[in-house]
Design a protein around this ligand. Structure first.
Ligand SMILES: [Zn+2]
Length: 80
């Protein structure tokens, strides 16, 4: 692995902090190359750690979640 190049790649990755989405004290951060990767990682995380938030969710709730995710996904090198 090339350290410098990895650093640059990491900066170009996209990230989304779980606690920004739901205000929970959760340190999970989804990181991915594309927004789709990030959203998928976040849904996987929800499915294991925040099952209760998905349990009674409607189609509309999930669409809202995705809107929130889209709004809060940032470049990894960037503060949010
Ligand atoms: Zn979480």
């Amino acid at each position: 692995m090339n350290g410098m190049k990895d650093m640059k790649d990491m900066k170009n990755m996209k990230r989304l902090d779980c606690r920004i989405l739901n205000g929970k004290k959760c340190s999970f951060v989804a990181i991915g190359r594309t927004e789709w990767d990030v959203k998928k990682a976040m849904f996987d995380h929800y499915a294991t750690e925040h099952k209760e938030l998905l349990l009674d969710s409607t189609e509309q709730d999930r669409r809202k979640m995705i809107d929130m995710m889209d709004k809060h996904i940032v470049r990894n090198g960037q503060k949010n």
